[in-house]
Design a protein around this ligand. Structure first.
Ligand code: THU
Length: 160
C-alpha cells in the first residue's frame, strides 16, 4: 500500500483593501452582482465576477427557482455566459462573494463542488490557471492561484 498526501495552497488577505487594486475592483463587481442575486428561497446571495484576457468583465449571481434543483449558482451563471459569449478568450481571474440574509458571513466562502468542477473544465480547456478570490459578505479574502488547488483528484476528460 502506498500513502498519497495531497497538498493545496491558499493565501488569505485580512480584508479587501489588502488585495492588488485590479483584484479589489473585480471583487467589487462580484459584490455588486451578489446584491442582485435572485435567492428568495435560501436567502443566500452569491456574486461572481470573471476577468477575461481581453479585459472584459463578466458577472453572474445565483438564480433560484421554486423547483429548487432548477436554480443555478453564481459561479456557473457567470462562467457559462463567458464560455458562450467569448469561447476563445481565456479567463484570468475570478472573484466570488457570498452572504446570507439570515446571518453574518465574515469568513471566506469557497465555491461549491459542482462549481469547482465547472470552473475546472475551463481551466483545462484554456490550458492556463484561473486565479480565484473568494470571501463572505465582508472580512477576510482567500485566494487560490488555480482551480486545481480547490479540487484535488478532479474528474477530467482524460478519463473519457
Ligand atoms: N450558491 C452559489 O451561488 N454558489 C456556490 O458556490 C454555493 C451555493 C447558491 C446556490 C443557492 O442559490 C444558494 O447559494 C444556497 O445554496
Amino acid at each position: 500500500m502506498k500513502e498519497i498526501v495531497i497538498e493545496s495552497k491558499l493565501f488569505v488577505f485580512e480584508n479587501l483593501d489588502k488585495l492588488p487594486k485590479p483584484s479589489q475592483e473585480l471583487m467589487q463587481k462580484a459584490i455588486e452582482a451578489r446584491q442582485k442575486a435572485y435567492a428568495p428561497y435560501s436567502q443566500f446571495h452569491v456574486g461572481a465576477a470573471l476577468l477575461l484576457e481581453n479585459g472584459e468583465i463578466i458577472t453572474g449571481n445565483n438564480q433560484e427557482n421554486a423547483s429548487y434543483p432548477s436554480g443555478l449558482c453564481a459561479e456557473r451563471t457567470a462562467i457559462y455566459y463567458a464560455g458562450s459569449k467569448y469561447p476563445d478568450v481565456k479567463i484570468v481571474e475570478m472573484a466570488i462573494s457570498a452572504g446570507s440574509q439570515l446571518k453574518e458571513t465574515t469568513e471566506p466562502i469557497p465555491p461549491c463542488g459542482a462549481c469547482r468542477q465547472a470552473i475546472a473544465e475551463y481551466e483545462i480547456k484554456q490550458e492556463s490557471p484561473i486565479k480565484i478570490y473568494f470571501m463572505g459578505a465582508s472580512g477576510k479574502v482567500a485566494k487560490s492561484n488555480s482551480l486545481e488547488n480547490l479540487l484535488p483528484l478532479m474528474f477530467n476528460k482524460e478519463a473519457l
